[in-house]
Design a protein around this ligand. Sequence first.
Ligand code: HEC
Length: 262
Amino acid sequence: MIPDPHQAGSDELQSHLEGEGLNVRDVHGAILREKDDPRDGYEPIPLWLVSAFMALVFWAGAYLSFYSGGFQADVFDPVQVSWAGGGAAVKGPPDPMVVGKRLFTANCVACHQPTGLGVAGQFPPLAGSEWVLSGDWHGDNHLIRILLHGLQGPVQVKGSTYNGAMAPWKQLKDEQIAMILTYIRNEWGNSAPPITAEQVAKVREETAGQTEPYTQTQLQAIPAIKYESAAPPAPEGQTAPGGADVPPPAPAGTPLATPAAA
Ligand code: HEC
């Protein structure tokens, strides 16, 4: 008797068939050679569709290689563009009043407001602020330090005292901080020379050991530097907390002495 294939193990079935002088392959050979009857709805993919798909893949590849910007992550960041040799048509460096405004809107506007006036009693104004414009005892170096490391505790801005805290912005790139600062120094009626990425980089390096937001008292102890000033002799004792030397103002004509924006 032929074992029931659903119950018998395949070995048992095999040995039975072999006993009959048959083997599984021979028995099924004919079935294996048969092709399925064509069925409705399962036609092979038409050739035109295959070629259209190939053409699409080719076009996509070409498109990517033309417009991918070399697959560099920074290519769409207007502050971080490195077009050098790229051949893309970008005229001149990005405008801080455009890019800086965009960054300000993204990062600062919630507290300091689009008007730059802040919120009375909570967020100090940037419009007319001596911190922003390096007025009074304030220097460009103080402004950059605040942005990099934050500010906390009582501060005086335009005759009012604020007592809040601003978190550091050191996660922003030097170029970005420079653009924001240049923007806030020249918006809302403010007018002050631009801050450059080099200046920010320098302060970032000098203050690498700073782990806490500054207080006004701490900053006041750091002699003011106004980068744009045409090299008066450096005041004595320009030593930042932590021992790093604060460089004297750059003489006119060096890259640090950036001419005021037109
Ligand atoms: C979460 C709210 C908040 C955000 C966002 C914020 N700030 Fe501030 N900022 C403050 C507060 C609060 C102070 C005052 C800190 C204190 O009282 O010690 C301050 C102080 C300042 C000061 C010095 C005081 C003055 O008014 O001139 C500057 C300059 C400044 N911020 C710039 C910026 C810039 C630029 C950004 C965006 C990159 C920014 N802030 C984002 C809350 C904020």
